[in-house]
Design a protein around this ligand. Structure first.
Ligand code: GTP
Ligand code: ZN
Length: 214
């Protein structure tokens, strides 16, 4: 195979200074409006670029958050609590990186603490931090589990996400009602079937619905 002489591709930068300005982002929206066949100068569309950019700032606010920082504050006075901790049915909205279309669903996050626990809202914040980025569901599921595992070093982590992809429901193949389920099991959730079953029971899934294949 011929050796490639092309320059290595630079990793995408996340630094704020490298971002286009607000004016440039609004101009890009005007271009899309013209491309769609409309007139960005008509009264109803005059404020649309500003609104779209404001909405995008919200949809993609996760790039400005540091996921590990979210889990930095932990509590050790738990009287030795070492049972499963589950936050279930956490609603979220994300956007797929292929079409920038909404992904809307629910996440269930669990861990088996080792000595310390984290404030429960931080699990939802961790989810938000990754959801408010361009995503594929598999990656988001793994990112949440891996960050929890790295930061808390618990005995196990489980993440299940069940979500509807608007790129599949409102365009393309048009399958409204379909949803995608992903899971990532680490530590005891991966190696111990009874731990996994207990978690699945907590989130209302049948015991054999999610295996680990290992
Ligand atoms: N695995 C996975 N696929 C996703 C996710 N979000 C969107 N997709 C899929 O990404 C794929 C992109 O496929 P392409 O063939 O490049 O794009 P496309 O022509 O718009 O595909 P269609 O959606 O089939 O019309 C589609 O099959 C989407 O359903 C996700 O979170 N995980
Ligand atoms: Zn998509």
């Amino acid at each position: 195979m011929a050796k490639s002489t092309s320059k290595p591709r630079r990793a995408p930068t996340r630094s704020r200074s490298a971002r286009p300005s607000q004016a440039e982002a609004e101009e890009a929206v005007r271009t899309l409006l013209r491309w769609a066949g409309d007139n960005p100068a008509r009264e109803g569309l005059l404020d649309t670029p500003r609104r779209v950019v404001k909405a995008y700032r919200e949809y993609f606010s996760g790039y400005d958050l540091d996921p590990s920082q979210i889990l930095k504050r932990t509590f050790e006075e738990t009287d030795g609590y070492d049972e499963m901790i589950v936050l279930k049915d956490i609603r979220f909205e994300s956007h797929c990186e292929h079409h920038m279309a909404p992904i809307i669903g629910r996440a269930h996050i669990a861990y088996l603490p080792r000595k310390r626990v984290v404030g429960i809202s931080k699990l939802a914040r961790l989810l938000e931090c990754y959801a408010k980025r361009l995503q594929i569901q598999e990656k988001m599921t793994a990112q949440i589990a891996n960050t929890l595992n790295d930061e808390l070093q618990p005995r196990g982590v489980a993440v299940v996400i069940d979500a509807s992809h608007h790129c599949m429901t409102t365009r393309g193949i048009h399958k409204p009602g379909s949803s995608m389920i992903t899971s990532r099991m680490l530590g005891a959730f991966r190696t111990d079937a009874s731990t996994r079953r207990e978690f699945l029971a907590f989130i209302g899934l049948p015991p054999s619905s999610i295996g680990t294949g290992s």
